[in-house]
Design a protein around this ligand. Sequence first.
Ligand code: ME8
Length: 511
Amino acid sequence: MDKAYYVTTPIYYVNDLPHIGTAYTTVVADTLARHHRLKGERVFFLTGVDEHGQHVARAAERNGVSPQEWADRMVVHFTDVWKKLNISNDFFIRTTSPRHAEVARKFIQNLYDKGDIYPDTYEGWYCVPDESFWLPSQLVEGKCPQCGREVEILQEENYFFRLSAYADRLLEHIDAHPEFVEPEMRRNEVTSFIRQGLTDQSISRKTLTWGIPLPFDENQVMYVWFDALLNYISAIDYGIDDARFESIWPADVHLIGKEILRFHAIIWPAMLMAAGLPLPRQVFAHGWLTVEGEKMSKSKGNVISPYELIDEYGVDAYRYYFLREFSFGYDGNFSRDNMTGRYNADLANALGNMVSRVLAMVERYRGGEVPEPGSAGEETDAVLKQAAAKVFGEVDAYMEKLAFNEALQAIWSYLGAVNRYVDETAAWDLAKDPALAARLDTVLYNQVEAVRLTALLVLPSMPGTAEGIWRRLGFSDSVHVHHLPAAGAWGLYPAGQKASKGDPLFPRIEK
Ligand code: ME8
């Protein structure tokens, strides 16, 4: 069996509700997973929740319930919103699951037996919201250098992971496989951080009970990040089902936000090296979304729930906007005006109108039955077919680089070619002259075929729209059973099939 294409999102803390930031990574991961499935690959797409740690324990306490009850209550918000966003994850990992704990305990025991974990005293600072340890020298004006919030003094007998021993090997790995950390600016951040010297990491907590107990010291629980990172291998049965594990690991890409880069590009690979496991092919750290120019935060009250936007714009417009508007890897700003503008221009006009126009003409001139091409091709037909022949390869190349916005631009430039074809061939003029019936047949067929390819092109980013177009084209199967490149060949639309215009895919939104 070929190894599956394996893509992951971070597992989100259950102390907050999902918002447009967490949904961003998840939509991106889903689009990537769907793109690979469309190419006929076996895919394993993982997302889930991070349920342990002090932050979650305190949220539960504030709400007067046990951490487990809190997690059980919160997890539903994540599974619900992912369902609503049409997220096609193959598994949803919860770190409170017995399977996860079993794998995590085996993993840590193994490192302990190998001597990579040892007891020592930790004296320093802890940022609870970030679940991060800091040395006094790392604090910025006495606050967490990562988020600027208050830190707490921490003095404990802990167990430490010998991270320092892996610095050279990490640098060698990144040197030999620069694609391991993307984008390049993040790679530079990682290498310069490693070059400053790595210190061993505390990987347990004594004063906390909400976590996975260490197998070699039941009085301590695993540090939440050590536990959390292991989700990527516990979800695929590491140490439990070797054949399954090996058919999925290593991950092809861990998609993360830039603030958790060090955990993924330094600590995680070192943990894997210590266990003798292959490293993920890539860690891709994207930027942060701001809202109307400001950082999203509870205290500012500007946190946006995906539901709000889905209700306003629809699921696929939601997915499209975030993929198209932000250059993946960089920070970006969300604004309603901007989203409405894109919706009307790209979705209502370029895509939705084109599909309606084409199908309306088939209804008007041929009673909905898509005709066999009737005349020899002309220059305009060749131009359209060339655009169709080119676009799939372009999209694939951009997706390979995780350049989602560029992949969509390539698709929209193809839609531009289709719209030009519709204008230039002017079926409405051909329809006036019965002598041109054969030419009209050709033009209508080509337009419909161009719409069929459109469904395949938008499938990863807008799966519901792809299916909606497929239905209008009269197919009785699902668009999701088809694969590229075969289905992307020109001329596969079965002439004689009935198509119908249906409702507008994206009704215009008045500003
Ligand atoms: O860090 N813009 O969980 P978390 C873009 N449990 N992406 C954003 C974002 C924003 N404004 N806000 C959040 C954790 N994200 C750990 C992860 S993984 C083994 C453990 C996204 O709930 C982005 O992917 O704080 C970021 O990395 C993640 O949510 C953080 O989610």
